[in-house]
Design a protein around this ligand. Structure first.
Ligand code: OAD
Length: 246
């Protein structure tokens, strides 16, 4: 007897296998199996602070040491983490030679480490820092705290080169993400709770532009009702299986 539970997977694999233009949107869930805590799942709190209380310009202005301690903690944790089979499956997908864009909300750098190249880090990257005074921007893997690091150019305090709540996304990066979403035949939406705009809205943008949207998540999200196929489970298992079937 046919296994009906496999129908969505077959449908997703068939659409993905035929698509010449693919966009992928990822969130913290894709890095969960690498050991990076998600924001809204267990382990999302740090010293009883929610990310929304720390990842803001107001929090940094009020208590930069506290915000940097959180980022130093996250950098230390992420430095130990390796890409997992979900990150690797997306590298394999890109290497099929299709028109491919990977849009990530993650700041952990694991997609790049896995080998993804056509990558838009819409929320920045926590291994880059930017001067809060002169705006100088550079990669910094060395700072470990506890003090906030200082700018090599002017000595003022550096901040992580990430987008905080209440801040705008880089308009060029957002435009590229929007173009990828409107131009794709298939969009994969992987491991995001789909609550933080504007990134979360890209799935709807793709859908309204005629794209076939496939969601991969442990649980339903606000996007689940409007996507074409919802695959429930771990990204590190589902993505490799999807790749094996196309
Ligand atoms: P969240 O922590 O809000 O959501 C993680 C999602 O991943 C949830 O829907 C989980 O069900 C799912 N998930 C967890 N483990 C998974 C696994 N192994 N396989 C598949 N899915 C899994 O993270 P984001 O949606 O990325 O923004 O959060 C969006 C933004 O809010 C972040 O980029 C960050 C945060 O505050 C900024 O810092 C600006």
């Amino acid at each position: 007897m046919a296994d009906d539970s496999q129908i969505p997977m077959h449908q997703a694999a068939s659409r993905l296998g035929q698509a010449k233009r693919v966009a992928v949107l990822t969130g913290a869930g894709i890095s969960a199996e690498s050991g990076v805590p998600t924001f809204r799942g267990p382990g999302g709190l740090w010293e009883n602070h929610r990310p929304e209380e720390l990842a803001t310009p107001q929090a940094f202005a009020r208590d930069p040491e506290l915000v940097w301690r959180w980022y130093h903690w996250r950098r230390g944790l992420i430095a130990q983490c390796r890409p997992n089979p979900a990150h690797e499956a997306l590298v394999a997908l890109e290497r099929r030679g299709i028109d491919f864009t990977l849009i990530t909300q993650n700041v952990d750098g694991l997609h790049r480490l896995a080998g993804s190249e056509r990558l838009l880090e819409v929320h920045g990257n926590l291994w880059w820092v930017r001067c809060s005074s002169c705006g100088a921007l550079y990669e910094d893997r060395a700072s470990q705290g506890p003090e906030p690091p200082a700018c090599q150019e002017c000595g003022a305090m550096l901040r992580p080169h990430v987008v905080w709540f209440g801040e705008s996304l880089d308009p060029d990066i957002l435009e590229s993400a929007w173009r990828a979403a409107t131009g794709c035949e298939v969009m994969l939406v992987v491991g995001t709770s789909a609550v933080v705009q504007p990134a979360a809205g890209l799935a709807s943008v793709a859908k309204q532009a005629g794209g076939f949207v496939i969601e991969i998540n442990l649980e339903p999200t606000p996007n689940s009702n409007e996507v074409d196929v919802s695959l429930m489970g771990k990204a590190g298992e589902i993505l490799p299986e999807l790749m094996a079937q196309i």
